[in-house]
Design a protein around this ligand. Sequence first.
Ligand SMILES: Nc1ncnc2c1ncn2[C@@H]1O[C@H](COP(=O)(O)OP(=O)(O)OP(=O)(O)O)[C@@H](O)[C@H]1O
Length: 878
Amino acid sequence: MEELSPMPPCPSTVTVRRNPPRKARATPYTTTAAAKPPPSENTHDVPSFPIDEILSIHIPQPEPPPKSSVSESLKIFLRIKPLRISNKVTAAAVKSRPRNVWPQNPTKKHNNNMAKESSRSKKREEACITLNDSYSVTLTPPQALQELKRSKTEVFEGFSHVFPPNCSQSDVYGKMVQPLLEDFINGKSGMLAALGPSGSGKTHTVFGTPKDPGLVPLTLRQLFNKTSPVSFRSFYLSIFEICSERGKGEKAYDLLGDGSSELSVQQSTIRGLKEVPIHNLEEAESLIGQAMLKRATATTNSNSQSSRSQCIINIRAAFDGVSNETKMQSSDAMLTIVDLAGAEREKRTGNQGERLVESNFINNTSMVFGQCLRSLLEYQKNRKKGLQKHHQNSLLTRYLRDYLEGKKRMALIITVKAGEEDYLDTSYLLKQASPYMKIKFDNTEEVCNKRQLKTFPRVEKNKKMKLSAPKTSQIAEIVAGEKKEIAEKVSSEGKKADQTEKLSPKLEDNNEREHIIMRNFAKAVWSVLKQYNEKLKVAEGDICSLKESLANEQLKSQGLEKELISLKSSCLFSNSNLAEPCLPEVGALVHAKEELDSDTSLAHANRNLDDDPFNLIESRREVTAEECNESPVPNKKLVPGLGKEEISCDEQKCGKQDNPCNLMDSRKEVTGTAEECNESPVPNKIVVPGLGSEAICCDEQECGKKGDPTASPEQVEVSLINDRLSNIQTKSAVSRRFSDSVKQERLRRLLPDSSRVLAEEMDDLDIKDKQIDKPQVKLAETRDQEKSESTESREIEIPARETEPASTKKQKKEQKKPRRRLQPASSVLLTREINTLEIEDDVAEPKGTRGGKKSTMAQPRSQGSVTLLRLLTNNLHL
Ligand SMILES: Nc1ncnc2c1ncn2[C@@H]1O[C@H](COP(=O)(O)OP(=O)(O)OP(=O)(O)O)[C@@H](O)[C@H]1O
């Protein structure tokens, strides 16, 4: 057996539990005793648990939270109106207009009224409300309602105090206002409001009568009591009312204001309210009387002087010093007393029309007021639900928002009528108001007071500054108070020096900020100026380049002009060498020819030549006669280089083969004029030296033979040469006799009226030169052709100069092509028209050339004609 159960060895160490079981929680003594190990030899190695040391440690207990706010319930007072007072009301109700507008029998009406009055007086004697104690009442429904089992007796308790019907105003003031006033004097704001049905005594409670003053007068009396410790304060009084504007909106009126008393309302702020300082009780009472006179009242079935507005009375206590009692600096406080308009039932009041609208407004305000309180109660029960903002639905509730949200202390007094007929109103009101008693107010007046001081005084100052035009004494008082307040703050906290030190850095910061702003502004301006400078430089460069290009263009144009002039002069010079000697002689003839051509061209342009040829002929005669008379040059002259050949300059007109009749006429005219010009001693025949014995008579008879197909080839050749010569002479003569301006003027005369304007524009475009150049080019071409033909047949050397004008003409063409492109289509047509009308020899030359071509091509030249051609070519291009 010993072998089967050997004894375990004794452990050398002992484990001690640090967390003993709860049941083992014992006193230190027992614990210590229990912890003591049994006396043994090996226990000395185990240290004892330092329970004594642990227990001896002093653990600082957390301080209880400071009772900064004393939670207290909303104080609700109940005042019962005495029954006997209502007799006057019923009398007024009897006198009131019946709701039924139908005519009634006077006797029946009187009897009915008497019956109603008697029944009412009986009912009045029975009260529906009885006082249980100072805090509860019992409401008993009338007998009729009890029989119908629609209502039962109810007990309403929990009131702060219930004032019996026989209570005095002083009792109400003592119980209700006195506690509130003490806090007000100590700088705590508060509000009390009177609720109740119409005629229940709210106004009586608030204002009272001169003999029986209400809460406001009694409060003022208390404030100006000599024994009151409020001498260090100044008081201000403001009274205003909120009423409906024909049921559409709410308006506020100042009951102490002068003149227009309407106030500006912005959310919960009422601006323009006059705040009158009150220095004594008399002033205050007079102001109260003034406000009561201004307040809107009306007569209803319930009240002979029913209030039709919500009246708010503000008494502000301004700080003047340090309270002796509290030895602390007090702040401004506001005591607000509200006389609400009584809720009305239509059946009771019998209101109609405007009164009915007012009652709706009053009932609405009362309803919103009750909603605010109920929502506050619900919010306090369950703060997870947000506070509903019913206060926004009424101006009064917006103004009293802080109170209706439980942030400031307030008290309510409910006035009820005790008659049985007032049971419904009383029951409804008590049922509504009884839950309000559970509303709690966190009496955190310190916090609220600070907030209030930030809001109310500012509002009041704004009111004064903006609309009320306060007296200078008021302003001086306010300014003095503020100065004192600031000075005391500074002196008490000893921060005057610090403030001055703080101001200087601010000033330095402002200066530095302005400096930075100005510096940045200067930088911006500088950068803008730089940009403008760069732009100016670029513009100047552009201007210089444009100037250079303009100068180049001018040079080019000058070169072109010079080239043009040289070309013209070369043509003219080459012709003038030949024509100059005969210019004086030929001038008259050329001029006559020019006139004739002009008339002919005009006739062609107008295509009326056949209509009135006689006039044209007459005009031609006149012109030639005049020019012959003017011209001292003889009609006949020897042309050097032409030998004996007599060439009549009149033959140039023979080139007009298109109209042989005109040609014949013109020949006759010219010769006729020459013959008729007896004043001229010069013969009409021109002897061309260099032609030998070959004398060609170029008179009219020969010209008349030109059209004859039987004319000899020599005669045709000579006529061609004469045409060319006369053309050259005419050009030179015209160019010498008439300046460009005269030419243009003559051309304008020839042009139709409609074309003159365009012709003037064409002048600007140097069209005239182009038009003049055309026949020259054609002439050069014909000359080339002739030269080539003559070279082939006669092997006559052609001077190099003959080719030059052609090349230059081509160059001109190339240079002038772009100009032609610039011409409008109408101008091109006009140019064609001008080509048909002008120019002196243009019409004649090509035709003559054409005729010459035909003649030269048709018949071989004689030796004399070849010689004449050589002479002509040599003379023309020298
Ligand atoms: N406690 C009272 N003692 C003596 N008279 C009273 C009392 N309460 C009210 N009255 C009288 O009852 C009449 C109506 O009272 P009051 O005008 O104050 O009612 P109201 O509640 O203000 O009515 P409303 O809301 O229509 O203005 C007044 O003539 C008033 O003097």
